[in-house]
Ligand binder design. Structure first.
Ligand SMILES: [Zn+2]
Length: 404
C-alpha cells in the first residue's frame, strides 16, 4: 500500500514537471513585504548600514554582488515591496538605490559614489525580521584606511564584519537538527524507527559539542515531537546558527542490500539515489498543517535558492567531506560520497548546511548498528570530530582574513 507520504511526494513531482522550464513563480499567499529602507552610519565610522525593514520573516537572500560601474545588487527571495514603503534619502557612500520586484522576488540595487571602494555583505538582524546590508570602506581606498586606522575600533552590534566585531563570526552556535519526530516516524524497518535514531544521535552530538568545544548547541527538537521543515530553518536562523547539521537515516525503495552513509549539501541532484532520498525527505511536509509555504517551490526556485546558499557552498562542502572522512575513520562505516540534492530543510537555513544520512534503515546490518548504543556513540563521535575539525579550519581562516 502506498503511504500518504509517498502519494504526496508524487503530487509534488507532478507540480515540478508541470512548471519546469517556465519562468513563473507561484508566490505564496503570505508574501513578505519590505516596508522601509533606512540608512545609518556605523557606530565605529567604518562604513554604512542599509536596513531593509520587513514585516515578515525573510526566508532567503543572495549575497550582494558587484554589477559594475559602482553598482551592486542582491535578491531577497519570496519577498514583495510594500506599496506604502518609506525610503531614506541616499547618504554616506550611497548615491542612489532602488527596489524592483520580479516573479515574486525583490531585487535591491544601489550605487556608491564614483570610485568609492567598499566591501558589501548582507546579514539578518538578530532581533527583528530586517535584512541588513553592510558597506565597509575597503582597504583599497588609502585615504579612508588611514582615517580609520587613526581611530580606535570598538565592537559594534549588527554592523557586520569588522576587526572589532570579529566575534560575531566565530563558530559559536551550532544547530543540530534531528530529522522527523512525533507523528512523522520517518522510515521504519527491522523494528527501527528513523525518528528515534536521529534524536538519539543528535543528543549525543550536542552533548559532545557542549562539553568539548564549549559552543552553544541549538536543537530543532530535543524530544519526540513534530516540527515543520520550514520551522527548522527558522529556528536555526533566529538563533544565529553558524552551522546547520541535519541528521537522517536512509531507505532503499526496493531491496535491502544498499548500506552506508551519505553526506548531502543543497544543489540539483545528479543521481537517482540522490533524487529518491530528496523526495523521501521532502515528502514529510504531508504531515504539516499548512503546506502553502511549499506551493511556490519548483525547479527554478530550487536553482535560485541554491544560488542564495552558494556563498556557503564551499563551507558546506568542506564540512561534508570532513564528515565523510570521520564516518570512514572514526566509525568505520561505508561511505557513499558527498552528493547534492534539493532538500527543503537545507534550503531554509542561511548558513553552511549538511544533511547526513547515517545509514540504511532498510539494511539489517545498518539498522542494527544505528539502533545500538555503541553504534550511536560512534556515529555521534564521528559527527562531533568532523565539526571540531571544521571549526578549527574555519577559525584559522577567519583570523587570517580579519587580522590583515
Ligand atoms: Zn529522514
Amino acid at each position: 500500500m502506498i503511504s500518504p507520504a509517498i502519494r504526496y511526494s508524487c503530487k509534488i513531482l507532478g507540480v515540478l514537471f508541470l512548471t519546469m522550464g517556465s519562468s513563473s513563480y507561484a508566490a505564496s499567499p503570505d508574501q513578505t513585504g519590505i516596508t522601509r529602507v533606512s540608512i545609518t552610519e556605523r557606530s565605529d565610522k567604518t562604513g554604512y548600514v542599509l536596513r531593509l525593514h520587513s514585516d515578515k520573516y525573510i526566508q532567503a537572500f543572495s549575497p550582494p554582488r558587484e554589477a559594475g560601474d559602482d553598482r551592486y545588487e542582491l535578491t531577497v527571495f519570496n519577498t514583495d515591496v510594500s506599496t506604502s514603503i518609506r525610503k531614506d534619502d541616499p547618504s554616506g557612500p550611497i548615491s542612489t538605490y532602488n527596489l524592483t520586484t520580479r516573479d515574486g522576488h525583490t531585487v535591491f540595487r544601489f550605487t556608491v559614489l564614483p570610485g568609492m571602494k567598499i566591501d558589501a555583505s548582507a546579514y539578518r538582524d538578530r532581533d527583528t525580521n530586517d535584512l541588513l546590508v553592510g558597506l565597509i570602506y575597503s582597504s583599497g581606498d588609502s585615504q579612508t584606511t588611514e582615517t580609520i586606522a587613526a581611530r580606535p575600533l570598538q565592537p559594534v552590534e549588527n554592523d557586520g564584519p569588522s576587526v572589532g566585531a570579529r566575534n560575531r563570526w566565530r563558530l559559536d552556535t551550532i544547530v543540530i537538527d534531528a530529522g522527523h519526530g512525533g507523528k512523522d516516524p520517518g522510515t521504519s524497518k527491522h523494528g527501527v524507527r528513523e525518528k528515534d535514531v536521529t534524536l538519539a544521535v543528535a543528543k549525543k552530538v550536542g552533548a559532545y559539542l557542549e562539553e568539548y568545544l564549549k559552543v552553544n548547541v541549538i536543537y530543532t527538537r530535543d524530544d519526540d515531537r513534530f516540527i515543520d521543515l520550514k520551522k527548522r530553518g527558522e529556528i536555526a536562523n533566529k538563533a544565529g546558527g553558524k552551522l546547520f547539521v541535519s541528521i537522517h537515516a536512509d531507505a532503499q525503495a526496493r531491496g535491502s542490500s544498499a548500506n552506508g552513509a551519505t553526506m548531502y549539501i543543497l544543489g540539483t541532484h545528479k543521481t537517482k539515489a540522490a533524487r529518491e532520498a530528496m523526495e523521501r525527505e521532502n515528502s514529510v511536509v504531508s504531515f504539516e498543517a499548512d503546506q502553502s509555504a511549499y506551493s511556490g517551490i519548483n525547479n527554478q526556485s530550487i536553482i535560485m535558492q541554491t544560488l542564495a546558499q552558494s556563498s556557503y557552498m564551499r563551507q558546506s562542502e568542506q564540512l561534508a567531506s570532513l564528515l565523510e572522512k570521520q564516518f570512514a575513520q572514526r566509525a568505520n562505516r561505508k561511505t557513499r560520497g558527498v552528493k547534492q540534492a534539493g532538500f527543503w530543510v537545507l534550503w531554509h537555513a542561511s548558513m553552511p548546511a549538511v544533511l547526513i544520512e547515517l545509514g540504511f534503515v532498510t539494511n539489517r546490518g545498518d539498522a542494527r548498528y544505528m539502533d545500538s548504543e555503541l553504534g550511536q556513540t560512534y556515529l555521534a563521535s564521528a559527527i562531533y570530530r568532523a565539526i571540531r575539525d571544521y571549526k578549527f579550519e574555519y577559525e584559522k581562516e577567519l583570523s587570517l582574513t580579519t587580522s590583515q
